[in-house]
Design a protein. Structure first.
Length: 334
């Protein structure tokens, strides 16, 4: 038994679950792993989030906050924060991804997810944002977009950027980013997409939308999670459905005006560039190449958001430094 497994065994014993059957149900792009523990008709979830790579404290704090606001985050049943181990309420296996594969109505699922965001964003920011959640600040935003040249461009065999090109790139983003806050601020759950949402149809209202993977939450523009859901890096969505869901959201906030579209464009470009770099890093550093299949979709999204006039400078820079040949993954790199 490894040292980590011995620690888990002691944690389960301490909390009365050492006699349960244990089965791996998920791993993700992080170092976290999830097991289902079964004992008779009882089930709970073990989150294994090993330090120093992971820190369960934000998950605990934000999950409790969401519960208090009336949302369906998994209840925390036991915790060893130093070891990075949690026992969680089992919300089941009906992720949106699985429900969509079984033919459950996209309209129903996406409308429920939109309504959950509306309910969160209708709260005053000081109530919506969990204590300790920090603003989505410029240093972090710039680090994330810089993953394009740190990880993505080397993967596709592009020529290294000059220092002048890197400086110009950061300067462009520094001019673009303030427009993201042309939309109101709330708590961004950060990875709000079909893999991290659950259908809990025995619950009423927005409680029917189960929430997972929110530990990276920040305070930022309301457009971010909405865009993450409707410009999903992992799946194509009918543009007509996207338009209907945008209209559904905007009907709840009729006074946003043109700032909504500017904020959406900036946040979309920022997220898609970040994800391009992150997927490349997962391949190179973490030996997880399966995310690369989504690269063409991300560039399609980039083409769409770069059509917004506010992003003209960024479009010109990408045209000059990331030509068409660098916008796909060579077979040898994959």
């Amino acid at each position: 038994m490894s040292e980590r497994e011995a620690l888990i065994a002691q944690f389960l014993k301490t909390n009365g679950w050492s006699d349960a059957a244990r089965k791996r149900i998920a791993g993700d792009a992080s170092f976290r792993k999830y097991d289902r523990l079964t004992r008779g008709t009882e089930t709970i979830i073990l989150m294994d989030a090993p330090p120093p790579q992971e820190n369960v404290r934000p998950f605990i704090a934000i999950g409790k906050h969401l519960h208090e606001l009336g949302f369906s985050a998994p209840a925390i049943l036991a915790a060893d924060v130093e070891a990075g181990l949690l026992l969680l309420e089992d919300l089941g296996d009906d992720t949106y991804t699985r429900l969509l594969a079984r033919g459950v109505s996209e309209e129903r699922l996406y409308a429920l997810a939109i309504d959950a965001l509306i309910a969160l964003h209708q709260l005053p920011p000081d109530k919506a944002v969990a204590p300790g959640v920090i603003p989505y600040g410029t240093p972090r935003l710039l680090e994330e977009v810089n993953r394009l040249h740190v990880w993505y461009l080397p993967l596709v065999g592009a020529a290294p950027l000059s220092e002048a090109a890197k400086t110009e790139y950061e300067a462009i983003w520094s001019r673009l980013l303030p427009a993201a806050w042309d939309a109101p601020t709330s708590m961004i759950l950060f990875d709000y997409h079909v893999d991290n949402l659950l259908g809990l149809f025995d619950r009423n209202g927005v409680k029917a939308c189960g929430l997972l993977d929110f530990q990276d939450a920040v305070a930022g523009p309301v457009t971010y999670d909405l865009m993450s859901l409707l410009e999903d890096a992992r799946r194509d969505i009918d543009p007509a459905l996207v338009a209907r869901m945008k209209d559904r959201y905007r009907a709840a906030f009729p006074n946003m005006g043109d700032g909504f579209d500017r904020s959406w464009a900036v946040m979309a470009a920022q997220r898609h560039v970040r994800v391009l770099g992150t997927f490349a890093r997962l391949k190179v550093r973490d030996h997880k190449p399966h995310y690369l299949v989504h690269i063409p979709r991300l560039w399609r999204y980039m083409d769409e958001c770069l059509a917004h006039p506010h992003l003209a400078e960024l479009k010109d820079w990408l045209t000059a430094h990331v030509p068409a040949a660098a916008r796909s993954i060579p077979a040898e790199a994959a």
